[in-house]
Write a protein that binds this ligand. Structure first.
Ligand SMILES: Cc1cc2nc3c(=O)[nH]c(=O)nc-3n(C[C@H](O)[C@H](O)[C@H](O)COP(=O)(O)OP(=O)(O)OC[C@H]3O[C@@H](n4cnc5c(N)ncnc54)[C@H](O)[C@@H]3O)c2cc1C
Length: 433
């Protein structure tokens, strides 16, 4: 990738002309329906009937699924979000996210992703809404060590994969560009999930099952005896609740500043949807896989919204999730354009039909943070999705509900996600956009 200095990046950003992200729609605030939660799981355990009333702060991938799973186990749950489920500022708020099991040697996430896949298919059937698209994910030029680890783990977990040469890729997808590639790792059952649509659907189902959903922002209020006794709302009012789950994504350091300051690094990521020619399915999900490319960039096939290109940039820019303008930059479009010319030559000259500026919310080691507050036993933290948290949503929701209901508490996950396994960033060499 070409070397571009900080001044150039900032100048380009300042003179960005490309289209801003399209406006979000949020769920209308809905009065909770007085229906019983559906039994998608075995009957709630006895302890579930003694659950406190729970407030989940944040209607992103972590919060929505947690709220839904806890409601299904019989808890009285309120889901609160500053801007709404699927809003354009949240880390989850794009059209689509990739779902795959490849994690190099981090087997635990391959296992989670496999379980999440099954849950996505179940939820899709339950919600009666198309949310998951199995178009395969192709990773050309994977590092040898990662390649070997993935093969070993996929065999162990019985996840289908293929290894393909550039010639085999060209034969299978003649519309693609694979020149110079070696050892592509292909996961045929992987694919794409609709992101904001899934969150909106899950929130609607949560409300149908008796959950309460509101737009609103809250922070910690009063506490006594090692427990939080109330939350403080943005207008200064207090709200009492038996338990709070802070699933605030990039806002975790803002919501719990004394505890999480610098625990999440918030960085900017730009996404371009390149339009397919009219009636042309060449790069549509039925005919073309998602492609990963070096340095963290990737592309997702067209799911009726455009061919999605997320280029890796020349540097890392931080983002203020509340205040920054979400306007894409010419330099990142140039990076995306190069990808298109290489991988999808049939799209050269096609216009960008939509764009997004997203914020990533990375933990120091890219493991999730799921734990109780060290000083307040009834306050939970859930986040640190680190660029891979969306696909896990349905599984994460079940996992957090299991821990809160004390129905399961796997040792490996508990240790990995513990706050004590993470540390604050030291303020590394990030550029401020
Ligand atoms: C560009 C990009 C690409 C990605 N690609 C993938 C991918 O392909 N596959 C994958 O699995 N993952 C991917 N991820 C990661 C994944 O999208 C995130 O990890 C996940 O969506 C984060 O969800 P979250 O619930 O933690 O945060 P968010 O989605 O940001 O939700 C947090 C919510 O909390 C609300 N909030 C904040 N503070 C408060 C408060 N005090 N009170 C009430 N509400 C509050 C906010 O309004 C927000 O809606 C990607 C992320 C990005 C940015």
């Amino acid at each position: 990738m070409e070397n571009v200095n900080r001044r150039t990046v900032l100048t380009w950003l300042g003179t960005a002309t490309a289209a801003a992200a399209s406006a979000s729609t949020t769920l209308a605030q809905t009065k909770p329906a007085q229906t019983k939660p559906a039994q998608t799981k075995p009957a709630a355990p006895a302890i579930g009937r003694n659950l406190p009333d729970i407030t989940v702060l944040g209607a992103g991938a972590f919060g929505v699924w947690t709220a839904l799973c806890l409601r299904e186990r019989g808890a009285n749950v309120t889901l609160l979000d500053s801007y709404g489920a699927g809003n354009a500022r949240q880390a989850s708020g794009d059209e689509t996210r990739m779902i795959r099991c490849a994690y190099g040697d981090r087997e635990i996430y391959s296992r989670w992703a496999k379980e999440a896949f099954a849950l996505w298919h179940q939820r899709q059937a339950e919600f009666k809404r198309r949310l998951i698209f199995v178009n395969g994910v192709l990773g050309p030029n994977v590092r040898q060590s990662e390649f070997e680890a993935q093969q070993r783990i996929y065999k162990k977990l019985d996840i289908p994969f293929e290894t393909l040469s550039a010639d085999e890729c060209k034969k299978r997808w003649p519309q693609g560009g694979f020149e110079g590639d070696t050892n592509a790792f292909y996961e045929p059952n992987a694919g794409t999930v609709k992101a904001r649509e899934a969150l909106i659907a899950a929130t609607e189902v949560f409300v149908q099952k008796g959950g309460t959903y509101k737009i609103g922002m809250a922070t910690l209020g009063a506490s006594a005896g090692g427990k939080m006794t109330s939350l403080k709302l943005a207008d200064g009012a207090t709200m009492s609740t038996g338990m709070a789950i802070f699933a605030c994504g990039p806002w975790l350091p803002t919501a719990l500043p004394n505890l999480l300051n610098n625990f999440i690094r918030r960085t900017r990521s730009e996404i371009f949807y390149v339009g397919s020619p009219p009636g042309d399915l060449s790069y549509h999900w039925e005919r073309f896989p998602n492609i990963l490319f070096g340095g963290g960039g990737y592309a997702l096939s067209d799911v009726d919204y455009g061919y999605k290109v997320a280029p890796s940039g020349p540097g890392t820019l931080t983002i203020d999730p509340d205040r920054d303008e979400r306007i894409v930059s010419p330099i990142m479009w140039e990076m995306a354009r190069r990808f298109v010319a290489h991988r999808t030559p049939g799209l050269v000259g096609q216009p960008v039909v939509a764009s997004r500026v997203c914020n990533l919310e990375n933990s120091d080691n890219e493991h999730f943070i799921i734990d109780t507050h060290p000083e307040l036993a009834n306050v939970w933290i859930a986040g640190g999705g680190s660029g891979h948290g969306f696909k896990m949503g349905p599984k994460t929701g079940e996992y957090i509900a299991d821990r809160i209901c004390a129905t399961a508490d796997p040792v490996e996950e508990k240790a990995l996600f513990a706050l004590s396994s993470h540390k604050a960033f030291g303020g590394g060499p990030l550029l401020r956009g």
